[in-house]
Write a protein that binds this ligand. Structure first.
Ligand SMILES: [Zn+2]
Length: 230
C-alpha cells in the first residue's frame, strides 16, 4: 500500500544523510496520505545504507502500525501530533543537523538577519520552551509535539515551516515531504549564516519591508518569483 509515498519518504530519508543533515541513523522523515489518513515513516534504527522503500512503516494517526515489518521511528508520536494539529502539512523532517541544533541547544529563536531567511520563513524561526521534568518523564515524544504546537499559537505553520525544539534539534515541514526536506536544508543554511552574522557583530533583524518583499514575492498572493506555473 502507498507504494509511491513509501518511495518518496525513503528517498528523502536517504537524502538526509547524502546532504549532510544526518549521520548514523539520526534523522527521520515522514509523509501523510490525507485521503486515507495514513502516515508513512522511517523505521527505527535501520542504517541508511540498507534502507529500502519496503522498510518504511505505515501507521494511522493514532500510532497503530498498519503495515511494515519494523518498529516506526521513535519520533513517530511527534510527527503524528504535527499532522493532527497543522492541517495543511503533508510531510515532516526531523534532523540533528549541526547549525540548526546549535541554536536549539542555545534555546534561541533565529532572527531574520537577511533575505535568504526571509525568502523561506516569514519571521524568526522559533525555539520552543524547555520541557519540564514531568513532561520529559512521561509521554516525552507527545509533549515534544505539544510544545511545538504551543509555540505556533498565532503563527501559520506554512508561513514558518520549521521550529527548533529547545535543547534538542529542528523539525521542518511542508505541503509534502520534499518541501520538508528543502525546509531542513534552508534552515541549516540560515542557522549557519545567522551564527556568523552575530559573530561579526550584527544583532538586528532586517526591517519589515525587506521581510515582506522577499517572503511575499515568493509565497504571497501576488507571488511573482520563478516561472509562471502552467
Ligand atoms: Zn531528535
Amino acid at each position: 500500500m502507498l507504494e509511491e509515498l513509501k518511495r518518496e519518504v525513503c528517498d528523502v530519508n536517504i537524502a538526509l544523510r547524502d546532504k549532510g543533515l544526518a549521520i548514523m541513523t539520526w534523522g527521520n522523515a515522514s509523509a501523510i496520505d490525507h485521503e486515507r489518513q495514513l502516515v508513512v515513516i522511517k523505521p527505527s534504527g535501520v542504517p541508511y545504507d540498507e534502507m529500502q522503500e519496503n522498510d518504511m512503516v505505515v501507521v494511522d494517526l493514532g500510532g497503530n502500525i498498519v503495515e511494515g515489518k519494523w518498529k516506526p521511528s521513535s519520533d513517530t508520536i511527534t510527527h503524528l501530533l504535527l499532522y493532527r494539529e497543522f492541517g495543511g502539512i503533508g510531510g515532516v523532517v526531523h534532523t540533528h543537523a549541526e547549525w540548526s541544533s546549535s541554536w536549539a541547544q542555545a534555546g534561541r529563536d533565529i532572527p531574520v538577519y537577511g533575505t535568504t531567511h526571509a525568502d523561506y520563513f516569514y519571521g524568526e524561526v522559533p525555539c520552543t520552551r524547555p520541557l519540564s521534568e514531568a513532561e520529559t518523564a512521561e509521554n516525552y515524544e507527545l509533549n515534544t509535539g505539544r510544545v511545538i504546537v504551543e509555540r505556533f499559537e498565532g503563527t501559520d505553520p506554512l508561513q514558518v515551516p520549521g521550529v527548533l525544539v529547545h535543547a534538542h534539534a529542528p523539525f521542518t515541514w511542508g505541503r509534502n515531504v520534499r518541501q520538508a526536506l528543502e525546509g531542513a536544508l534552508v534552515l541549516e543554511e540560515i542557522a549557519k549564516m545567522a551564527f556568523r552574522t552575530e559573530v561579526l557583530g550584527n544583532r538586528y533583524s532586517v526591517g519589515r519591508h525587506l521581510l515582506d518583499i522577499h517572503y511575499l514575492r515568493k509565497h504571497g498572493r501576488g507571488a511573482y518569483y520563478g516561472q509562471k506555473k502552467k
